[in-house]
Structure formats: C-alpha cells, structure tokens
Design a binder for this molecule. Structure first.
Ligand code: ADP
Ligand code: ZN
Length: 431
C-alpha cells in the first residue's frame, strides 16, 4: 500500500529531527509572543524563546493540561486573531467540561493531510467509497476523516453517526469499501447487518479506520471477522487537531505519529519526568505547525509506549502503542489497578459480545465490581449461573479480584453510536 507523503512518512531520523528543531523554535516564539498565558508560564521558569533551540530543550518547557484549557476558556490559548480562524471544534466532553479549539485554514489543511495519510495507509485510493459514520458537528471525528477522504479523492459518504439501518442500506447500495467510525459503533453496525438478514457477501467493505476510544486487539479481531475487513486504528484529540495525530499501517501493530506536526514525549504522570523510549507513561504532544491553537507539551492523560525504528511498511515515523486508556480511566478497585480494556479482552476472548457495562460501587467501605454483559446466543436459562461463575473466574485470573457477573438478555445493553460509555463509578458520585 502506498504513502500519502512519502518524503515525510519515510524521512530519515536526521532530517526529521532537523525539521522538528526548526519548527519547534518558530512555534515557541509564536506562542511566547501571542499567548500571554503561556508566556507567563515560561517567564515563571525564567525561560525565553531563545532557550529552546532543539527538541532536547523541550523538557525545559512547562506542561499544559486540560485544566489550563478550562481556565483559559474560550479564547485564552488563541495564538492568532480570530479573523484568521475559520473553524471551531470541541472535545466530546467524555471526562468533564468541554474545551474548544480553533483552526486557521492552514491548520485544517494540515489536519486533513494527516487523515489522508491514515486513509492511504489503510489502502484507500480515489477508487474507494468511504463511509464516514463518525459524528459530524463539534466533534472532530466526522469532519477530519471527511476532509482526508476528499484529499485522497475517495467518493465520500458523509453519513454521520446514528440511523444504523440506513447506514447498512447505503453501505450495500453505494458499495462502500472503507468504513470510518468508533470501534464500538463498528461492532453495532455488524450486529445490525446480520439482524437485517445480510452477511459480508452483501457488502463490499475491505477496510475500517476506527478510533476515538480505546479498543482491544480482541475487539479488532472480532470486528475484522464479522465485517470481513482489515481494521486499522487511528488516534487523535481535539486539543491537537482531531483524528490523524497517529495512524496504523499494514503492519497493524501500533500507530505512526505524524511527527512533522506533533512531537511526542512519554512522561512519568506523577513526576513529569521524561521517560526513555519503550517505557510506559503519559503521552505528551507539542504541536509544531498549528497556528491558531498551538499547544506546547500538552498532557493527553493517555497511557502509552513509544517505539522508534523503521517499520515493515517502510515508514520511519515513531509508533505509539494502542493507548490502554486514559490515566483517569483507570479504576482502583480494592487497591488493584483496573482498566476497562482488561475486562473487554476477557469478555471477547470468552465469546461474549463487545457490549458490556462496568459498575463500581462501595458498600460498607468495600469496593464492589459488577459487570453486565449479554447472554450468549443459544444458552439455556439453567446454564446461566455456571456461565456467570466461569466468567467471574476468568476475570479474577486477569485482574486478581472477583467481579459479580450479570448475564442480561441479549440486546438489552445500550449500543453506542459514538464513544461508548463503559464504566459507571458510583463512588465518584458520592465523593
Ligand atoms: P474527549 O477528551 O472529550 O473524549 P476527544 O474527542 O478530543 O475528547 O477525544 C480524545 C481522546 O480520545 C484521546 O485523548 C484518547 O483518550 C481517546 N482516543 C482517541 N483515539 C483513540 C484510539 N485510537 N485509541 C484509544 N483512545 C483513543
Ligand atoms: Zn508501519
């Protein structure tokens, strides 16, 4: 499969570092001169733009986090006149108050270019019909992939999310070949396909580009099997632009970061210290080409590992592993660190559907973990208790703590059309 921008995607490390150094110097100056909030943070550290000459100097710079964006809402991080901006997007608010991000036309072009790289890496060309069922609107998913699809020259189907039966009908009638949506919505689409009496023989899909939420390898295999496609991961966040900050290639083993635009670092989330490549920590991005909303050392809260080196696809761009969730997705249950993705792995491995709900509570000062998932097809009522017990055992094996499993009737757990809400932590409601 080809490249969208071979010069960049396969650039030597020396050339990439030189490009990053040059762009970083200009960006720090741009921000210092135009964003008083960040200038103050730099002044407090006694830093001037000239102190930042290469990417090795990055670690001197102050971090930004979601709370800075909330404190400066809406215009405090804007680095150019509003009259130069052409678009606003907003986070989906998964973890609290939304933040807004601004884009100049160049920012939009850069972002769509990143999405074009992702589509090309998934095998997309101008011969493809690309169905976008990420939400359109303030959420970045829809417009990002839509713009990338136009750049590649695919025939673009701007479906947005929802109206699932119509999605399937259009997928068949218009012979979509590439599907873009959240992985949880892809699972729902495949379920609906079969419910409507069709199979993969009735559709022409060959690939899917799925992201915006954490998903496991098991979920990938399950979607690939049920839709008869290759499923590629795509990562991004509104604060950096949107989807396309990183994208998966034919190797399907980690996502290449578009380093000509975003410099990644991994830090220890507790101390802020930069960790060596290969260690797990919090992913931090510095946008080196954005004009309107250029965040320096932005803490994503996503936990991840970076790997350097040339990939079998020929790209030299650093790879990030699938983020296993945000640091704030991690639940501490009876002293044990638990990620929803660990539970998802076991559920799918054991043949359950990827529809589940995790409920955490505290009863008499003891944490409780309840998992609702759907009864597998063909199971008789009298078999349920044994099945629940077996599943609880498998999850205990993975986590070290025993959950209470509730097998509920099929199709009773709400399906997600966008980002799935997997966890209800009732302890947080009390605290
Ligand atoms: P919100 O923070 O409100 O969800 P965004 O829509 O900007 O707003 O979401 C960005 C976040 O979504 C990322 O920081 C990350 O936690 C998650 N995310 C995006 N893509 C992926 C992916 N491929 N795998 C795991 N998580 C992802
Ligand atoms: Zn690759």
């Amino acid at each position: 499969m080809g490249y969208w921008n071979e010069d960049i995607e396969c650039m030597s490390r020396e050339d990439m570092t030189a490009l990053q150094n040059e762009r970083l110097r200009a960006q720090v100056k741009h921000v210092y001169e135009n964003v008083p909030y960040y200038r103050d943070l730099m002044d407090k550290k006694g830093l001037k733009p000239e102190d930042i000459q290469t990417i090795d100097d990055l670690k001197k710079l102050p971090f930004l986090s979601k709370s800075d964006l909330r404190d400066t809402y809406p215009y405090g991080m804007l680095a150019c006149p509003l009259s130069e901006c052409v678009r606003i997007h907003s986070t989906s608010g998964t973890t609290g108050k939304r933040v807004v991000a601004f884009y100049t036309q160049n920012d939009i072009d850069m972002w769509e270019d990143c999405c074009a790289r992702a589509i090309t890496a998934a095998g997309g060309t101008k011969e493809d019909v690309l169905q976008v069922c990420y939400g359109y609107g303030l959420f970045t998913g829809g417009s990002g992939l839509h713009g990338g699809s136009h750049k590649v020259g695919c025939l673009t189907l701007p479906m947005s999310s929802g109206n699932t039966k119509r999605q399937i009908q259009f997928m068949m009638d218009l012979q979509s070949t590439i599907l873009c949506c959240t992985p949880s919505y892809a699972a729902y689409l495949s379920e609906t396909l079969y419910e409507m009496g069709y199979t993969t023989n009735d559709i022409k899909l060959k690939a899917g580009i799925f992201g915006a939420e954490p998903w496991t390898e098991e979920m990938r295999h399950s979607i690939e099997r049920s839709l008869g496609i290759k499923a590629y991961d795509i990562y991004g966040l509104t604060e950096s632009s949107g989807p396309g900050v990183a994208f998966e290639c034919s190797e399907q083993n980690g996502m290449h970061i578009n380093e000509d635009n975003f410099i990644p670092e991994i830090i220890d989330p507790d101390t802020g210290e930069v960790l060596p490549d290969g260690e797990e920590g919090e992913l931090v991005f510095t946008s080196i080409t954005k004009e309107a909303f250029p965040l320096i050392r932005y803490r994503t809260r996503d936990l991840c590992v970076l790997t350097k080196g040339t990939c079998s696809c020929g790209r030299t761009l650093i790879k990030m592993c699938k983020p296993k969730g945000r640091s704030d997705d991690m639940m501490i249950i009876r002293g044990v660190n638990v990620f929803p993705s660990q539970i998802e792995t076991v559920l799918i491995e054991k043949g359950y559907t990827p529809n589940y709900q995790i409920i955490v509570d505290r009863v008499n000062n003891v944490d409780t973990l309840d998992i609702n998932c759907e009864v597998p097809e063909g199971l008789n009522d009298y078999e349920i208790p044994a099945k629940e017990k077996a599943l609880a055992g498998s999850i205990k094996h993975m986590l070290g703590i025993t959950p209470k499993i509730h097998l509920v009737p099929a199709k009773t757990i709400a399906r997600s059309e966008g980002k799935a809400v997997r966890v209800i932590d009732k302890r947080k409601l009390i605290d």
